[in-house]
Design a protein around this ligand. Structure first.
Ligand code: DX5
Ligand code: ZN
Length: 220
């Protein structure tokens, strides 16, 4: 299996979104960071923008909701037909109910853990989710440095998934570069979000290919 590389359009040029979606047409999924200025101190897109990105992108969307009250707001992203919808554990009131709703609406359901959030409570709940997103920066902004101290969470998730025979995807998000991606792959990640390291490259396609091959050699 090859590593999945999901470029984050948080680092795209918002006035040239169609062009930038074409620059990353060899990606596995397009990572869309929805921020509400409450859960995180930054504001990005809402459902109307996501609907247009989905209609324009040749690659399916991996939506990362950094918002309060995802129990209320997440289902509409699944209704748009987004491939996966990930909400934060710290923000959800009833995460299992919400994950079941997202799946019923046809999306893959993901749960995200901020750096300070412990993974223990989720290890036995993996069958309820299609993916777990382990944040390797504090959520809110692109271009921050990878936090290696969260790697034990990935190791614990990989061990639990293997023990349970669960095909859950383990995603890392934040500070992923050619230097850090192998650390995350070694720890157990199989899906890698990269914003600035893809869009900051002259050739985004080459950056995606480079990340994919570096990580693939280190997958479990
Ligand atoms: C941060 C977002 C990330 C961000 C990653 O809150 O969730 O997806 O775009 O950007 P880089 O790869 O630049 O750290
Ligand atoms: Zn993200």
């Amino acid at each position: 299996m090859a590593a999945r590389i999901n470029p984050s359009i948080l680092s795209a040029d918002f006035a040239n979104m169609q062009r930038d979606l074409e620059r990353i047409s060899t990606a596995d999924y397009v990572h869309v960071d929805v921020m509400d200025n409450h859960f995180v101190p930054n504001l990005t897109f809402g459902p109307q923008m996501v609907e247009r990105v989905q209609a324009t992108s040749p690659v399916p969307l991996d939506v990362h909701l950094m918002i309060e009250d995802p129990d209320r707001w997440a289902p509409q992203y699944a209704e748009l037909g987004c491939f996966s919808v990930t909400f934060h554990a710290e923000a959800a009131t009833a995460p299992i109910t919400l994950a079941r709703t997202l799946r019923k609406l046809g999306a893959r359901a993901g749960i995200a853990l901020s750096p300070k959030t412990d993974v223990g409570a989720y290890l036995e709940l993996l069958p309820e989710f299609d993916q777990v997103l382990v944040m390797t920066v504090e959520p809110g902004f692109g271009g921050q440095s990878f936090l290696p101290h969260v790697m034990p969470k990935l190791t614990a998730l990989r061990q639990a998934a293997t023990r349970q025979g669960t095909d859950v995807w383990l995603q890392v998000d934040g500070g992923v570069t050619l230097d850090t991606i192998t650390i995350a792959a070694d720890a157990g990640a199989d899906t890698f979000v990269a914003g600035s390291s893809v869009f900051g490259a002259d050739d985004a396609g080459a950056a995606i290919a480079g990340l994919r091959s570096a990580a693939s050699a280190h997958l479990h």
